[in-house]
Design a protein around this ligand. Structure first.
Ligand SMILES: [Ca+2]
Ligand SMILES: [Ca+2]
Ligand SMILES: [Zn+2]
Length: 308
C-alpha cells in the first residue's frame, strides 16, 4: 500500500506540470511561393514539431501590439526567396511566436535553416519598446535579451526555410519511429525551430561560451561538464550524445536517422532563458477515475518523473 501512495503523489505532481503555461507557435505559410507546404502531410509534420515545443516551453511572453505612434516592424529574409522583407505594424499575441516558413533551393547539402527575425521600432512609449523587445523576459528590458549581459532570450518569432531539392522522408505518423530512407523532415523541423528559439544564435547563448565550449549550468549538469561546440560555435560538436543518443542540436543528420530532442538539447534551451516544462504524463486525466487500474500506470509516471 505504501508504494501506491508514493505513486499517487508523484502522479499528482505530474498532472500539475501538464497544466503549466504553454507557448503557442503560430505557423505562417504566406511566404511559400514555391509550394513546399502545399502537401498537407508536410504541414502536419511541421506543426507536430512545433507542438513538441508548445508542450515543453512555458514562458509568459508579453504581446506586441502596434498602435498609433508605437509601431513594431518585423524584418526577416523571406523563406521562399531569401529577400529581405518588412512587415510594418507587426503584432503577435501574448505567449505566442510567429514562424514564417517555406521552401527554396538551398545551396550544397543544406537541408534547412532557421533563426529569429529582426525588427525596427518607432515609439513614444518606453514601455511599448521594452515590452516588445523583451516580451517581459529577464527584467523586462532590452539588456536582458540582447547584448553582452543578455541571459533570457526573447523574439517575436522568425523564419525557417527548407531545401526543395533534398531527398526528404515525410512521416505520416511522427508518433512512431520506423526504418526509412531519406532525410527526416520531422527531425530537421525540430532542429530549425530550436535555432529560431535562439539555440546557437541568441546573445544569451554566446554569452555562455568559454574556450569553444558551452558553459550554461543546466547543460553542464546534464552533460557532466562544459559541452564542446562545433567550429561555428552554433551547434554542439559533431556527434555529441546525451542519454546514449546523438543530440538533435549537433550540426548534421544522417540519411534514415530520426533525432528527437535529448535532455542536453532541452537543457540548452533552459540555459538561454526558456522555461522548460517537464514532459507531460502520457495518461489522460479521466484514467484517474478507474481505481485499481491506476497501479501499473503509477509506476510509469514515477519513472518518468525520476528521470526528468
Ligand atoms: Ca512514423
Ligand atoms: Ca524566458
Ligand atoms: Zn543547425
Amino acid at each position: 500500500m505504501e508504494k501506491i501512495k508514493l505513486g499517487l503523489a508523484a502522479g499528482l505532481i505530474g498532472l500539475a506540470s501538464s497544466t503549466a503555461n504553454a507557448i503557442t507557435l503560430n505557423i505562417d505559410y504566406s511566404f511559400d511561393s514555391n509550394n513546399f507546404f502545399s502537401n498537407q502531410v508536410r504541414r502536419d509534420i511541421f506543426e507536430a514539431a512545433a507542438g513538441f515545443y508548445e508542450t515543453r516551453l512555458g514562458d509568459n511572453l508579453l504581446a506586441i501590439d502596434s498602435a498609433g505612434s508605437n509601431q513594431f516592424n518585423a524584418i526577416f529574409d523571406r523563406p521562399d526567396t531569401g529577400a529581405e522583407h518588412t512587415i510594418n505594424g507587426f503584432d503577435v499575441a501574448a505567449d505566442t511566436l510567429t514562424i514564417f516558413t517555406g521552401g527554396r533551393n538551398l545551396s550544397g547539402s543544406t537541408l534547412g535553416f532557421g533563426g529569429p527575425g529582426g525588427y525596427s521600432l518607432s515609439f513614444t512609449s518606453t514601455s511599448f519598446f521594452d515590452n516588445s523587445v523583451s516580451r517581459g523576459q529577464g527584467d523586462g528590458t532590452r539588456a536582458s535579451v540582447e547584448g553582452a549581459g543578455a541571459f533570457d532570450f526573447a523574439t517575436w518569432g522568425g523564419v525557417i526555410s527548407f531545401d526543395t531539392g533534398s531527398n526528404w522522408y515525410f512521416d505520416s505518423d511522427v508518433g512512431t519511429d520506423e526504418s526509412f530512407s531519406g532525410f527526416d523532415f520531422y527531425s530537421v523541423a525540430l532542429h530549425e525551430i530550436g535555432h529560431l528559439l535562439g539555440f546557437g544564435i541568441a546573445d544569451s547563448w554566446n554569452n555562455q561560451i568559454v574556450a569553444g565550449a558551452f558553459t550554461g549550468g543546466e547543460s553542464v549538469a546534464s552533460f557532466g561538464g562544459p559541452v564542446a561546440l562545433n567550429g561555428g560555435l552554433d551547434h554542439w560538436a559533431e556527434g555529441t550524445a546525451s542519454g546514449g543518443r546523438e543530440t538533435n542540436f549537433d550540426p548534421t543528420i544522417g540519411n534514415g536517422v530520426r533525432k528527437h530532442l535529448t535532455d542536453l538539447d532541452l537543457a540548452a534551451l533552459s540555459d538561454i532563458g526558456w522555461q522548460v516544462n517537464a514532459a507531460p504524463v502520457p495518461v489522460p486525466g479521466a484514467v484517474w477515475l478507474f481505481g485499481s487500474a491506476l497501479l501499473g500506470l503509477m509506476g510509469i509516471s514515477r519513472g518518468r518523473l525520476a528521470s526528468a
